[in-house]
Design a protein around this ligand. Structure first.
Ligand code: A3P
Length: 355
């Protein structure tokens, strides 16, 4: 075993190549450094379709409603490009993480990456990619890459690929949405009261200093927040998970908080790499939990410095705040909480999904 990820290139969306060992995904930034980046593709061909979408302004951010879901205007052309053939899933080896923002995406990226890449990069090793790279540099956000016209860069990644999206299932390419592509999906959802408080802090720390909690709250209640309506977003993945649990794993942030080791084992089983007895004995699960803990990630230089984004730059450090359940109570009245809960209960009624 080596601590240096071996880059096995799969050109142009080719089927996975195996080198005799399950190396797992290569950290995105390392893979791009090895292959070189792609030239940004023009997106003007999608201008007409985007300008026909309903628009609104949230604080200072222009939003577009794409097939019922609100996205940043700056992401809309890329979202259309990704859905209409830009993202080419592979028959085997693709794992897509999916979430609404502020639901624990960064944590899930770290946990899934560390779990899947553990043979090439043992979690206790001092030069593990997560000790020198931000989780968003290990697992690419497709939405951001496509918004920049750089979506084709994922065609160059070696298999297995680990990627992420905030898009609703119905906004993904048809074969991913209907399950015929073979792409596995891991979805994480969170109590929306905590997600909205997290979003409010996050946006205030990233340039929207005067954003009020009330404005953020209203956008969650009326379904116009980023990625919303949140209930439809969750329901699509929830239904797909019920129909085919081997294809879509549905996780909750609160459950990961309660039992991170159990979640790591569940992730490993889901991606077809269950922990062996020897790995369990060697403490691999605990090592992954520790590597991905809020304290550990927050202390890494890569997570204290730098920023990334399209139009709005999000600082790396702003992805790591309190990391608890129930922080909404420090900011919202019980009545505000009950009203949002009631809206969600109503929208999720009959689905079996209870937040
Ligand atoms: P809070 O703002 O409530 O603390 P996302 O990654 O989807 O943007 O979600 C960010 C939320 O996940 C933030 O919540 C953040 O603190 C929390 N988070 C990030 N890394 C975490 C970790 N390793 N463990 C627990 N929570 C984490």
């Amino acid at each position: 075993m080596t601590n240096t990820p071996e880059v096995v290139l799969a050109s142009g969306g080719a089927p996975p190549r195996h080198d005799g060992r399950a190396a797992g995904p290569v950290a995105f930034k390392d893979a791009v450094a090895a292959t070189g980046d792609v030239d940004a593709a023009p997106l003007e061909q999608y201008d007409a379709v985007v300008s026909a979408m309903p628009a609104r302004v949230f604080h200072s951010l222009k939003m577009r409603q794409n097939q019922g879901y609100w996205v940043l205007d700056a992401w809309a052309r890329g979202a259309v490009a990704m859905q209409r053939g830009g993202f080419v899933p592979r028959a085997a080896g693709d794992v897509l993480l999916a979430s609404l923002p502020k639901s624990g995406t960064t944590w899930l990226k770290a946990l899934a990456f560390a779990t899947m890449a553990r043979r090439a990069s043992p979690p206790a090793s001092p030069d593990h990619p997560l000790r020198r790279l931000n989780p968003h540099d290990c697992v690419p956000l497709l939405d951001r890459l496509f918004a920049l016209g750089r979506g084709a860069v994922v065609d160059e990644l070696p298999s297995p690929r680990l990627m992420c999206t905030h898009m609703a299932l119905s906004l993904l390419p048809p074969t991913v949405a209907d399950g015929t592509s073979g792409c596995k999906i891991i979805y994480i959802c969170r109590d929306q009261k905590d997600a909205l408080v997290s979003m409010w802090h996050f946006l205030k720390r990233n340039g929207l200093q005067d954003l009020s909690l009330q404005e953020t709250y209203d956008s969650f209640c009326d379904g116009t927040c980023f990625g919303g309506p949140v209930w439809d977003h969750m329901l699509e993945y929830w239904k797909a998970s019920n129909e085919d649990p081997a294809r879509v794993l549905f996780l909750r942030y609160e459950q990961v908080l309660q039992d991170p080791a159990g979640t790591v084992r569940e992730l490993a089983r889901f991606v077809g790499q269950p922990f062996t007895g020897a790995e369990e004995d060697a403490g691999a699960v605990a090592d992954i939990v520790e590597l991905c803990s809020l304290e550990s990630l927050r202390s890494q230089r890569a997570n204290r410095e730098g920023a990334q984004g399209v139009f709005v730059k999000f600082s790396h450090e702003s992805y790591f705040r309190k990391g608890v359940a129930g922080d909404w109570m420090s900011h919202m009245s019980p009545e505000m909480g009950e009203r949002l809960d009631a809206i969600l209960r109503d929208r999720l009624d009959g689905s079996g999904l209870v937040l």
